[in-house]
Design a protein around this ligand. Structure first.
Ligand code: ZN
Length: 412
């Protein structure tokens, strides 16, 4: 992922978090999903119909709120002669602010991936599932379900599993025919098994090698013991594929359903993989921190100073970092400066270092937007770190949500 992809993903994630917090008092929040190939005029007709039906809603306030939300959505649709490239989602409804106040709010999201189906949804919260699904990584894994009689090769992309090839062997069963010597029978059987493994290795490698090397995250092998272990030790895959084997998993089926069983069995390992990457970065930071080479920095101020000098090799940002960089000005003299604060209502602005009067905010930018923008200019790498594991949690709680691995010791 490039910095701007990682950043866009982060922004999209935050936008969804924000939408998830918004609730209404009744069943009155509208979520409208319009795919790229939908005629906007069809959507308009459907919404007008919903508006008519809403007249039957018993509660007067819900009825009024649903109808005004629909009117607001219809008004917005006038600006879209056709849907944008990936389609769009309109969220609209009367939000419950603090138990006393309400406000009619409309948010339009153009998602990073195409919307696949039209949906009109009215509930006390917004319907976010299709957008949340887009956040799951689209990495590809090679799948192999194998025993001595049958094998299925497939791919796991994001959450979807595709079977690509099914193979059966001519390996004779364990019962030999009369007249055959036991030793000869055993020999033939082993040769047949070996040939089958070879055939599987070649076909599967061919399929896996069509995936761009950097998108192929790893290979999962499932089957009974000792077949899968034999297959692994025999190195039947192409050497580039052999290197990508993540693990062996016990499964009972080796037809297409075996692929599903395999992904299920490997789910913990797959989840760990994502965390392992972030964990390695955090461990590198921790190692630098305790060494005396001076190649670790953390906290808003120290990281900023190093970034300004172009000394940061890799910037680590906690996914939970929610802060604002504010431009502040003195209410009395000409002083202006910048401060990192919790949010715009933060009143810990301090006082003017020149005359001691109160400061006021004149401009704000999200800290993550700002820092990743700087990194983009300086070709500094950025890694977003989740708080789902111990070191990631520490980044947020102990290091102020932001840390850096430096190119050289700046003495800051
Ligand atoms: Zn002042």
């Amino acid at each position: 992922m490039t910095i701007s992809q990682a950043h866009k993903r982060y922004e999209f994630k935050r936008q969804l978090e924000d939408m998830r917090r918004r609730t209404g008092r009744g069943t009155e929040l509208i979520s409208l999903y319009i795919p790229p190939d939908k005629q906007v005029s069809d959507a308009v007709a459907q919404l007008k119909n919903e508006h008519g039906q809403a007249a039957n809603i018993k509660s007067k306030s819900t009825r009024t709120n649903v109808q005004s939300a629909l009117e607001s959505v219809l008004a917005r649709l006038k600006y879209y002669p056709r849907p944008p490239e990936n389609g769009f989602v309109i969220f609209c409804g009367t939000l419950d602010l603090d138990g006393h106040r309400t406000t009619l709010d409309t948010v339009i999201i153009e998602p990073p991936e195409p919307i696949t189906s039209y949906k009109y949804h009215c509930d006390s919260s917004f319907y976010l599932d299709p957008l949340e699904d887009m956040l799951t990584e689209k990495k590809t894994f090679g799948l192999l379900a194998i025993d001595r009689r049958e094998a299925t090769v497939g791919l796991l992309r994001g959450k979807s599993i595709e079977a690509r090839k099914h193979m059966t062997s001519s390996v004779p069963g364990k019962q030999r025919k009369g007249g055959q010597s036991a030793r000869r029978f055993q020999q033939l059987r082993l040769i047949a098994i070996h040939d089958f493994y070879k055939r599987i290795g070649n076909s599967a490698s061919e399929i896996f090698l069509t995936i761009d090397h950097k998108d192929l995250e790893g290979i999962l092998i499932g089957g009974p013991s000792p077949t899968k272990e034999e297959f692994l030790e025999g190195e039947f895959f192409h050497h580039e594929i052999q290197k990508k084997i993540i693990g062996l998993f016990d499964i009972a089926y080796t037809d297409e359903s075996g692929l599903y069983e395999l992904v299920d069995a490997a789910s913990d390992a797959l989840q760990d993989l994502e965390v392992v990457k972030e964990k390695k970065v955090m461990q590198r930071f921790m190692r630098e921190l305790v060494s005396d080479k001076g190649l670790a920095a953390y906290g808003d101020q120290q990281v900023r100073e190093n970034l300004g000098m172009g000394a940061v090799d890799l910037l680590l940002i906690s996914e939970d970092l929610r802060r604002v960089r504010a431009t502040v000005a003195c209410q009395n003299c000409d002083y202006t400066g910048e401060k990192t604060i919790e949010d715009v209502s933060d009143d810990a602005l301090g006082s003017c270092p020149v005359c001691g009067s109160d400061l006021k905010i004149t401009d704000t930018v999200d800290v993550v937007d700002e820092l990743t923008g700087i990194c983009d200019q300086m070709s500094t790498g950025v890694e977003f770190i989740s708080t789902d594991f111990e070191e990631g949690d520490q980044l947020m709680r102990a290091f102020g949500g932001v840390a850096a691995i430096l190119r050289y010791d700046t003495g800051v």
